[in-house]
Design a protein around this ligand. Structure first.
Ligand SMILES: *Cc1c(COP(=O)(O)O)cnc(C)c1O
Length: 373
């Protein structure tokens, strides 16, 4: 059996993990959040990304909330988000009191379509919040131009795209602020929850830093300049991530090599209704390798019968979800987002797959007869 979510992600690091817990737990300072390890981790990510500021916080979702609040997005404002994607895209906007406006996605990349974003801009639009999806970055050059032309803020949901680079600029630095998530399954996932705000705007960084700790300026305890949040970062996780950062590039390269191999093997399957993601390395992250399959459920069964686990991300569009439907324009449709929900099927792409396992997955997909519905 080859599970989609591997249970052994951290198996070869158990001793180091226990050592980290022991070191942080027995340190004389007894500092478990926002200490020197968190500061060192933020410094390391600043160097890694070239960003002016990196602010560690409790999750990718909360990083989005911190950014929206730091931009003063709130009641009466609209934020344009993709109709296809994960809940935080809509929920973070609603959490700050603003309204998400859903825009349709590109049928192949599944990232938000700039033309659709422009159609969704109104006099109340405060920000655009595109997201990178699975293995492909959103069309950030076009979205940057749009944001500038309409004088609205640009938040980059780069939660899944740490390590991706487009036109020489890392994911996370295309927006005025971006985010990364360290939840277990992400490419730089860890043994718990965490995230960061990444920004070249020193003022956004300063505000996010205050907001993550109940609106207190650093070092000024019980002085609340803003109504903030408890979105602090854990010292044990900071230590774990600092230790794992140097290996990230090799793990991302392994993911990319697996994706390259899959995409080459799957090119002939288009005729059978199986579409691999766009090839290449530019603007790619390989967090998830998602096929678009006309007979998606049949391929899922076909792979399960051969012991290969798969995953369907986002079986419904965001505006179709009970929680977010009240914010969606009545009678509107997002046909490409709906197709992505019906057709996406993700196959294993994690870095510790062996070559033999990768080949077995590819063979199993290639043996799918497919065909029109
Ligand atoms: C995972 C994810 C998030 C949220 O990150 P968490 O750390 O799970 O809160 C936000 N946006 C996208 C696109 C994601 O995939």
């Amino acid at each position: 059996m080859l599970p989609f979510f591997p249970p052994d992600l951290f198996d070869d690091e158990v001793e180091e993990l226990l050592d980290t817990v022991r070191r942080v737990a027995t340190a004389p300072a007894q500092r478990f959040i926002l200490g020197e390890r968190t500061a060192a981790f933020e410094r390391a990510l600043r160097e890694h990304t070239g960003a002016a500021d990196v602010v560690a916080c409790s999750s990718g979702t909360s990083a989005l909330v911190l950014v929206l609040r730091a931009m003063d997005v709130g009641p009466g404002d609209e934020v344009v988000v993709p109709a296809f994607g994960c809940a935080p895209l809509a929920a973070s906007v609603i959490a700050v009191g603003a309204t998400p406006v859903f825009a349709d996605v590109h049928p192949w990349t599944m990232t938000v379509e700039p033309y659709e974003v422009e159609q969704a801009i109104s006099g109340r639009t405060a920000a655009l919040m595109p997201a990178h999806m699975f293995s492909v970055m959103a069309d950030m050059p076009a979205l940057r131009q749009l944001a500038a032309r309409h004088d609205v803020r640009l938040v980059e949901d780069s939660a899944v795209a740490q390590g991706a680079v487009l036109d020489g600029l890392p994911a996370g630095r295309w927006g005025e602020a971006g985010v990364y998530s360290f939840v277990q399954v992400k490419a730089f996932g860890t043994v718990g929850e965490g995230g960061v705000v990444v920004t070249d705007d020193a003022e956004l960084g300063r505000l996010a830093r205050m907001l993550r700790n109940h609106g207190q300026p650093p070092g000024r305890r019980f002085e609340h300049h803003l109504v903030g949040y408890n979105s602090r970062f854990d010292e044990i996780l900071a230590d774990v991530q600092l230790r794992r950062l140097p290996g990230l590039a090799a793990r991302l390269e392994r993911r990319a090599a697996i994706a390259d191999y899959y995409t080459e093997r799957f090119a002939p399957l288009v005729e059978r209704g199986v579409q691999p993601p766009p090839p290449g390395r530019e603007g790619r992250c390989h967090y998830v390798y998602a096929l678009l399959v006309e007979q998606r459920d049949e391929l899922r069964v076909h792979l399960a019968e051969r012991g290969i686990g798969t995953h369907v991300y986002y079986p419904a569009t965001l505006p179709a979800q009970q929680a977010f439907a009240p914010y969606a324009k009545a009678g509107r449709h997002w046909p490409h987002a709906e197709l992505a929900c019906a057709r996406n099927l993700a196959i294993p792409v994690y870095p510790h797959l062996t070559d033999a396992q990768v080949e077995a997955v590819a063979d199993a997909v290639c043996s799918f007869p497919g065909g029109p519905r």
